[in-house]
Ligand binder design. Structure first.
Ligand code: HEM
Ligand code: MG
Length: 334
C-alpha cells in the first residue's frame, strides 16, 4: 500500500533554489514534461526526478523545497492529481503524458495517463496551453503567451500582477467560450483555473523582492518558467509559504474583479450556461466531495482488491491534506 505523505519541510524561509546542486538541463529523450510549468521546472532543475516521473511524496517535498508552496496546498493538489492521473499500484505519476515508466496501466476507464490527460485535472482555459479540443493542451503556446504580455502591459503596467492575473483569467475563459464548443469550466477545474492564475505571482517571483515589487512578475521571467521550465540565474524561492489560505485570498480578489460562475458550452460556441450543481469557489468541502464522488468515481467505478485498497489509502491522504478545514470525509469506496 502507498506510504503516507512526508511531513512538512522544517525551514520555510526564502533561499537560493537555482543553486549549484540544481542546475537547469534540457529534458532528454523520453523525459516527461507537461501542462504544469511548476512541476516541469522542478524536474528540469533536479528538484524532482529529471525524467518527470515521481511519487506523491517526491512532489509534495519538491514543491515546498523548490517554490515554498504551503504544505496543505502541496499535499492536496498532489493527491488530487495522482489519484486521477497516476498509477495507484506503482505509486508513480507522470507530470506529462502517459509512459510505461509508471508501470502497467489500471483497467479502464482509469488510465494513469499522466497530468497531460485531459478532463479530470488538466482542463480548459489555461494561461499558456490551449484547450484539448483545439489541439494541444500540453505544450507552451507562443500566441497565448503574447496575450499574457499584452494583458500585463494593459493592466499591470508591464508586469503580471493581480490586476493582470484577473483580467487574463477572464480573457482566457472568454476565448474558450468563443472558440471551444465543448468548453467546460466545472469543479475542480473551475477552482484550479483561478489558483493557477495566482501561482505565477506566488512562485515565479524572486523571494528577495519586497513591497509592491513582490507581486509584479516580469513577463520575460515568466516566459522562462512557462516555456523552458527554467528558473532565472540565482533564483530564490518565496520568502514565505503560499498555502491554501494565502492562495485563497488572492483567488478571491481575482474572482471579485472578474466574476463568472461554473458552467460549460453545450456543443456550440458562445453557449456558456451556468451549472448550479458545480461547487463555487468558496465551497471547498463541496469541491472535495464532488471530486471524490464524481471525478474519481467515474474513473474507478468498481475497483477491487489491492487496487481498491490503494485507491482508498490515497483518498485518505487527500482527506488528511484538508488539515484544519473540517469537511466531512467521503466514506471509502467499496
Ligand atoms: C497548471 C498540476 C504544483 C504552477 C497545472 C496543470 C496541472 C498541474 C495538471 C494543468 C491544468 C491546466 O492548466 O489545464 C500540478 C500538481 C502540483 C502542481 C499536481 C503539485 C503540487 C504547481 C506549482 C506551481 C504550479 C508548485 C508553481 C510553482 C502552475 C501553473 C499552471 C499549472 C502556473 C497553469 C499553466 C497554464 O495555464 O499555462 N498544474 N501543479 N503548479 N501549474 Fe501546476
Ligand atoms: Mg489546460
Amino acid at each position: 500500500l502507498p506510504p503516507p505523505p512526508p511531513p512538512p519541510i522544517a525551514d520555510t524561509s526564502g533561499r537560493l533554489v537555482h543553486d549549484a546542486a540544481h542546475p537547469w538541463h534540457a529534458p532528454e529523450e523520453g523525459d516527461m514534461r507537461g501542462p504544469c510549468p511548476g512541476l516541469n521546472t522542478l524536474a528540469s532543475h533536479g528538484w524532482l526526478p529529471r525524467d518527470g516521473v515521481a511519487t506523491p511524496a517526491q512532489i509534495i517535498t519538491a514543491v515546498q523545497e523548490g517554490f515554498n508552496m504551503g504544505y496543505d496546498l502541496a499535499a492536496f493538489v498532489t493527491y488530487a492529481g495522482h489519484i486521477v492521473d497516476g498509477n495507484l499500484l506503482t505509486n508513480k505519476l507522470s507530470i506529462g503524458q502517459a509512459t510505461n515508466r509508471t508501470g502497467p496501466p489500471p483497467p479502464p476507464p482509469a488510465h494513469a495517463g499522466g497530468l497531460s490527460a485531459h478532463g479530470a485535472f488538466e482542463g480548459d482555459a489555461s494561461i499558456t496551453r490551449g484547450d484539448a479540443y483545439l489541439g494541444d493542451n500540453d505544450s507552451f503556446n507562443a500566441t497565448l503567451f503574447d496575450e499574457f504580455v499584452s494583458v500585463s502591459e494593459k493592466y499591470g503596467g508591464g508586469a503580471y500582477d493581480f490586476a493582470a492575473a484577473g483580467a487574463l483569467r477572464m480573457a482566457r475563459i472568454r476565448d474558450s467560450i468563443a472558440r471551444n464548443p465543448y468548453f467546460r469550466l466545472l469543479a475542480p477545474r473551475y477552482h484550479t483555473a483561478y489558483a493557477e492564475s495566482v501561482f505565477p505571482i506566488a512562485f515565479f517571483i524572486d523571494g528577495r523582492r519586497t513591497g509592491a515589487e513582490r507581486t509584479r512578475l516580469d513577463p520575460a521571467v515568466a516566459r522562462g518558467f512557462f516555456e523552458s521550465a527554467r528558473m532565472p540565474p540565482d533564483f530564490w524561492r518565496s520568502s514565505s509559504p503560499w498555502g491554501r489560505p494565502e492562495v485563497g485570498i488572492a483567488v478571491d480578489a481575482l474572482y471579485r474583479a472578474h466574476p463568472i460562475s461554473p458552467g460549460s458550452n453545450n456543443g456550440t460556441v458562445d453557449s456558456y450556461t451556468h451549472d448550479p450543481t458545480s461547487p463555487r469557489l468558496h465551497q471547498f468541502c463541496e469541491m472535495y466531495t464532488d471530486y471524490v464522488n464524481v471525478t474519481v468515481r467515474e474513473l474507478y467505478p468498481n475497483a477491487k482488491g489491492v487496487l481498491l485498497a490503494a485507491l482508498n489509502k490515497n483518498l485518505d491522504y487527500l482527506y488528511s491534506a484538508l488539515g484544519r478545514t473540517s469537511c466531512p470525509q467521503v466514506p471509502p469506496f467499496v
